[in-house]
Design a binder for this molecule. Structure first.
Ligand code: SF4
Length: 402
């Protein structure tokens, strides 16, 4: 039993912690972007908001161009999809359906546009549908490079960022200014450092940072400006050690594969309650996609290009180059001291499912236990998953060190 059980948390720490989590929860459930609509209402002529789809988008370009970036991961389990279904065939993931459903209902009055980063054919198709449905809004298909040489992929990506900035600046009416982009880089560098610090804390003390709280905290950045989000995370980090949460005899699990369509929050809680500490996951990978700071002292566009080419993380939506993703996966699992890996993909997600056999083989070769499961954002039945992940955790504890 943990020694921390002997000393109760202070009431002030409990109250401050509850306030943070409650505020994050309000953002998480606000899939219709009512808070963004209210924010815009205060100054409709000046405030513009453009959403972006997973996984990664250079938010610095939005902010430097005078536009609020809004991260969207679809409708989760809160949207009854009716019209969205009519745009897609049966055998694809759920995310595009809820994105279109929300676009046709609440988002069309709130957002000035949508940026769709190139991660798969489905997202490419979403950008096409969006363009047809909302011809007066901005639809930008951000073709992230799959070549990581500066002279080729770097040159191409630079032109993409410049073009995106042009569109956004035209929308906001703000004249492009290098200092504004540089300031945005400073804010987002700080934000990424905070997210990395939170991720590190849960590797070191997973009982201080439950996975569902980590998830909510990071997702709070979907609608917040970078500095407010960073302050919130830093406040949580300061409080986390004061809560005296008891350590459980859980298995340390790393989750991989859910980088785009998100599992329902209750699925994350279910996995955790079945006896797993999630020491790492890629649900909100975009917030940590850049593993190092962007250079704050050079041309801001070039800085974003360089950091993307040289220091973006491995992912199923990126060409692996000289280092196989499966090798990075094993290295990460070892670095995070994961007892096992849960390969967890959205149903019909090609990028995630196509990497799965490679990941399984690498984990088998490295002797790291793994289990696989699939979900959809609107999943409502958790009992079979609780049984599966609970059994996985128990098996690791019984036989994992043998
Ligand atoms: S869940 Fe997978 S298949 Fe669906 S849009 Fe995202 S990356 Fe593409």
């Amino acid at each position: 039993m943990s020694k921390t059980m002997e000393r109760p948390s202070s009431q002030a720490a409990e109250a401050a912690h509850k306030e943070i989590i409650d505020s994050c929860q309000r953002i998480y459930y606000d899939v219709r972007l009512e808070a963004i609509a209210a924010w815009k209402k205060e100054d409709p002529a000046a405030r513009k908001a453009v959403a972006y789809l997973p996984v990664y988008a250079p938010r610095e370009i939005f902010v430097g161009s005078g536009v609020r970036p809004v991260a969207t991961f679809g409708g989760g389990d809160q949207v009854n999809v009716i019209r969205g279904d009519s745009f897609y065939q049966s055998y694809i993931c759920h995310l595009p359906r809820s994105v279109v459903e929300l676009g046709l209902s609440s988002w069309k009055d709130t957002l000035e546009g949508l940026v769709a980063p190139a991660i798969c054919d489905v997202i490419r198709n979403v950008s096409g549908v969006w363009k047809v449905l909302f011809p007066d809004k901005l639809t930008y298909f951000l073709d992230l490079p799959q070549n990581f040489q500066s002279k080729c992929g770097g040159k191409f990506y630079l032109s993409q960022l410049q073009e995106l900035a042009e569109h956004l600046s035209k929308m906001s009416g703000r004249k492009p200014d290098a200092d504004a982009y540089r300031e945005a880089i400073v804010s987002y560098n700080r934000n990424r450092r905070a997210v990395r610090a939170l991720a590190k804390m849960r590797v070191e003390n997973p009982h201080w940072v439950p996975a569902w709280e980590y998830y909510l905290l990071v997702r709070a950045g979907d609608q917040m400006d970078a500095d407010t989000h960073t302050d919130l995370i830093e406040k949580y980090i300061d409080l986390a050690g004061e809560l005296n949460r008891p350590e459980q005899d859980n298995a340390r699990i790393m989750v991989v594969g859910g980088f785009c369509e998100q599992p329902p929050l209750n699925l994350i809680r279910t996995i955790e309650r079945s006896g797993c500490y999630l020491v790492d996951d890629d649900f909100t990978l975009g917030y940590r996609f850049l593993e190092q700071d962007a250079d704050e002292n050079i041309d801001p566009f070039q800085s974003l290009v360089d950091v993307y080419l040289k220091h973006s993380t491995y992912s199923s939506v990126k060409y692996e180059g000289d280092t196989p993703k499966s090798k990075r996966l094993v290295e990460t699992a070892l670095a995070k001291r994961a007892d096992g890996v849960l390969l967890m993909s959205p149903s019909f997600c090609d990028p995630s499912l196509l990497d799965r056999p490679h990941f399984q083989k690498a984990l088998e070769d490295a002797g790291i236990p793994y289990s696989t499961l699939q979900y959809a954002e609107n999943l409502g039945q958790f009992a079979p998953i609780r049984e599966q992940t609970g059994t996985f955790a128990e098996a690791i504890k019984l036989w994992g060190e043998g």
